[in-house]
Design a protein around this ligand. Sequence first.
Ligand SMILES: Nc1ncnc2c1ncn2[C@@H]1O[C@H](COP(=O)(O)OP(=O)(O)OP(=O)(O)O)[C@@H](O)[C@H]1O
Length: 480
Amino acid sequence: MILDYLKAGYPALCVVTSEPHRAENIIRCPGWKFFTWDCLTGIRETSTLKAIEEIRDPVEAIRWLERLPDSVLVTLNLHLFMEIPEVIQGIQNGVPKWKSIGSSLIMLTPVLNLRPEIEKLFTVMDLPLPNDGELYDLQCDIAKHCHIKPNRKAARAAKGLTELEAEAAYALSAVQKGFFSTKVVSHAKAQILRKSGLLEFWEPTSIKELGGLDELKMFIKNRTKAFTPDNDSLPKPKAILLVGVPGTGKSLSSKATASLLGWPLIRLDISALKNSLVGESERRMREALKVIDAFGQSVVWVDEVDKAFAGVGSNTDSGTSAGMFGTFLTWMQETESPVLVMATANNISQLPPEFLRAGRFDATFFVDMPSKPERQEIIRIMNKRYGSEIPLEFADNLSGWTGAEIEQLAKDSLFDGLDKAYAAIVPLSRTMREEINALREWARTRARFANTPDGEPEESRKVRTAKRIKLPSPSNPILN
Ligand SMILES: Nc1ncnc2c1ncn2[C@@H]1O[C@H](COP(=O)(O)OP(=O)(O)OP(=O)(O)O)[C@@H](O)[C@H]1O
């Protein structure tokens, strides 16, 4: 892609990457002379690393390019000099001259901090993380040194890592196991990503652990068929929003979806990406989304979007949330990666209206308090999980209780007995009655209901569900 821009005569490119040396190698191509500048070495030939000019001053380096036709000057860390007026002026003066002699400046930077004076002069692009082929080649290099056989599956397991990180993961596997193990590489990757604070890997949960929510389960099973090779022509669902009070199983539904698809589950914790430094939060968001894109098939669980994006558009936001929000929405719209976003929210009044715009999500589901048959299913699950003995009829006493509260009851009953444990728990529905009713009211016209309704005869529910599944359009008619 960068080559296309060079061929088209773009004089100033800005490539956002945390892998400058990999970028240098990728950028090199026939037709131009390539030079690299950094403030320690000065100017060197990119391919041979041979120093040719001891120009350490950034202004001089920028002006040096004006004398060289058909050349590309790749700069490292030039972004650190953006506060110097002469650098800005040098770029402004240089752009028309570079263009006239067929030369270009490529600025490699980990952060996008172009000043307004030169912003429009640069074409900005992201360097994608290594793809399958690059990772395999990298592994083959290590394999040669260690005299072990390369392994494509283990090579792919490093997707989402930088070249250096992938190299470290492969080397670790070679040292620990004497071969390239998918498990070791995946584990190393999970550690690296967790340490970077960008993303977390979670274990999917079997759908059998999710009680009730039949309407939601049906929808997910139905729509995710589009990801199977036989149904490749069907439109792929991209995002589902789950709204409801805490503890009703929204997060669990995301985990169960990953298990249903057999895909990895990645948690994107937007609040954790926030940083007080200007522009840093947005950079971290872009970085995290880049990893997700490189990763391929995955369920991306975005928990509590309402809290993450609260304040967008208000006076209290310094622009941090708005910037991250914009980046996230653009990515959701434009990404071509086979990912399914599962976003959850408790309080829709905090969500920016653009987030709920029709077409943004394939469906918005309201997850209510479990109905009686659902409570019975949850009791069954908890009795099995914890060895508690809550009778199924006890579901009658648990109207307005969330799945999380029933789980708490099951655990407490093991120590205190059922009656005492029951008396000690005050369900949220008692303290949040008004909020829950307001949410239900909102959902009535804007969302689908995830739950199996209370007391509805099984037969009529089946008929209703069957009718809904026959809907031809992938979009939600209620939202449109
Ligand atoms: N429908 C359910 N079936 C089985 N377990 C449930 C169900 N709902 C909740 N639970 C139990 O409660 C726990 C908490 O639920 P979960 O985290 O999914 O709720 P949530 O709606 O995402 O809450 P929050 O809005 O606070 O994130 C789950 O890990 C699970 O053990």
